[in-house]
Design a protein around this ligand. Structure first.
Ligand code: KG4
Ligand code: ZN
Length: 508
């Protein structure tokens, strides 16, 4: 059976104390001392082993100035003994200690407990001393043991490059995202969205978004660490979105990431939000197959990228010259009085409508535009056309079908997006298209992209929706890719850059 190990919190006190008492009887710590041990501290790390939700073992260390570590306590519930839990917890303590730079680790164990001594010996501990009558009131001797962690420190340093544990922070728009990955493996993807706070304005309000990030960052970070079951000390590196996006919103994430990096001494990687949308594919596929064209469509951006190499060669083929695709959905939903965010409500309304009912303009697709703006997008003309059409129908007192307007509008957006993306693939001889951004939730976009890619012999990649919308996991994933490719960390001099170019994958 697999037992999960996670970081212990103060909320675990009662369960831990019950095991402490039944394991140590007279020598058990008083509950106040146990509570103190579990309180947040820069020097202590406590972990619990779980059987389902129930705590069945715990252990803790104290690390002194990255120099040496002491095992404070370790106990396994009676019924759960003999299942290798002690070994598992000890291994976790050893690796945290080594990760924090401890070169040696000490523990004391009862002289009348040979089973525990054997376990510690098998983990590399050796007896260095004997304290007579240490355990009172029985007067049992304590065997003092020591393990040399030098080899472990070196091993973990290697692993931090081979398969780094990276924390990613995203705050470029209205999602506060914190993700944790180990190499290409997703461990946590926690998102707090301030979307509801923007609903009455019909679009993201930068100041509200920035304030919401401030409020959400700490709880989101805590939840992500909890979900991943790791402590901040175990993280190898921090990655953060430094652009493009809303300046005030970006600043919150960048400030938090820098503070964390300074406080923990961890390396920091400032990464590009758009490239993050592409990099997220490693979490499902194990790699980003390149070259690939990427179409990124959200409330904040509409970009077509040619990705020759994820960590070193990304080219912007085109982007919107006015509204983003998601923004167009939001604005049209507003004028049709359907609500916010626009994408889902238009999708719903369009389900009953005829997409051919009204021929709305396809921005920048005329032959002359296709010369100058082949891969660029424009949606403000479309939005105006929808507004005019509705006004006209209303002024004539006509009863029109909102479903038809929604379906026809959606068809126009989707048609342009897919036409240009497929053209980018064919022009550049790239048989791959990756979609990203919140608009990817659009049902019609998925359908049309699938049909036309299939017809053109293009492989279509659409990550899970939770990875398509803005999130911290994609930032962590890109950070991990940079580390695994041997890139140096960023210095602390980088700033939030709302117009960061996509060619700047990492800001040094
Ligand atoms: O990536 P995302 O979550 O982040 C921001 O840009 O904030 O994208 C949100 C955008 C909104 O504009 C929303 O209207 C749009 O994605 N969206 C959709 C759909 N679901 C969300 N657009 C079209 N169809 C959808 N089903
Ligand atoms: Zn985005």
């Amino acid at each position: 059976m697999e037992f999960a190990i996670r970081v212990a919190t103060e909320a675990d006190l009662d369960e831990i104390f019950a095991i402490e008492q039944s394991s140590f009887d007279a020598t058990a710590w008083p509950i106040q001392m146990m509570a103190y041990e579990l309180s947040p501290s820069p020097t202590r790390n406590y972990f619990v082993a779980l059987d389902g939700e129930k705590i069945i073992a715990y252990a803790g260390i104290s690390v002194v100035q990255g120099n040496h570590a002491d095992v404070m306590t370790i106990a396994v519930e009676q019924r759960a003994r003999g299942k290798g839990l002690g070994r598992k917890l000890m291994n976790r303590l050893i690796s945290v200690a080594a990760k924090r730079g401890a070169r040696e680790m000490f523990l004391e164990v009862r002289a009348d407990n040979p089973v525990a001594q054997n376990l510690y010996r098998s983990l590399g501990f050796e007896q260095i001393d004997l304290r007579r009558g240490y355990y009172q009131p029985e007067g049992i001797d304590a065997v003092i043991m020591r393990a040399d962690l030098t080899a472990k420190v070196a091993e973990l340093a290697q692993q931090a490059i081979r398969e780094p544990l990276v924390l990613g922070i995203e705050s470029s728009c209205d999602e506060t995202g914190v993700g944790i990955v180990r190499g290409n493996t997703l461990l946590a993807n926690v998102i707090a969205s301030s979307m509801d706070a923007h609903a009455r304005f019909g679009g993201v309000v930068p100041e509200i978004a920035a304030r919401a990030h401030l409020e959400s960052l700490q709880p989101t970070l805590r939840q992500a660490l909890r979900t991943a079951g790791v402590s901040l000390d175990e993280i190898d590196a921090i990655a953060v979105t430094n652009g493009p996006g809303l300046a005030g919103a970006l600043m919150v994430g960048v400030g938090a990431a820098k503070a964390l990096a300074v406080a923990t001494g961890k390396p920091i990687y400032a990464v590009n939000h758009l490239v993050g949308h592409v990099g997220v594919d490693v979490l499902e596929r194990g790699e980003v197959v390149t070259p690939t064209i990427a179409l990124l469509v959200s409330g904040g951006h509409t970009s077509l990228l040619l990705v020759r190499d994820l960590v070193s060669d990304v080219e912007l083929l085109g982007e919107t010259i006015d509204d983003a695709a998601g923004e167009a959905f939001d604005k049209v939903a507003r004028l049709l009085v359907l609500g916010y965010p626009g994408g889902p409500v238009i999708d719903k309304a369009a389900a009953e409508g005829n997409p051919k009912a009204i021929r709305f303009p396809r921005g920048l697709t005329l032959p002359k535009d296709m010369e100058k703006h082949r891969y660029d997008f424009s949606f403000s003309g479309l939005k105006t056309a929808v507004a005019r059409w509705v006004e006209m129908a209303e002024s004539k007192g006509e009863d029109f079908s909102v479903a038809d307007v929604a379906a026809s509008f959606r068809e126009a957006v989707v048609d342009v997006l897919v036409t240009k993306a497929v053209a980018a693939c064919l022009d550049n001889n790239v048989p791959r298209l990756l979609l990203g951004g919140g608009v990817v939730a659009n049902r019609r976009l998925r359908e049309v992209a699938a049909e036309r890619c299939e017809a053109a012999g293009i492989e279509l990649r659409i990550p899970a929706l939770s990875l398509c919308t803005d999130n911290g996991a994609m930032i962590a994933a890109l950070g991990a890719q940079l580390i695994m490719a041997g890139h140096e960390p960023s210095t602390l001099d980088f700033a939030a850059d709302s117009t960061l170019s996509v060619t700047s994958i990492q800001t040094s």
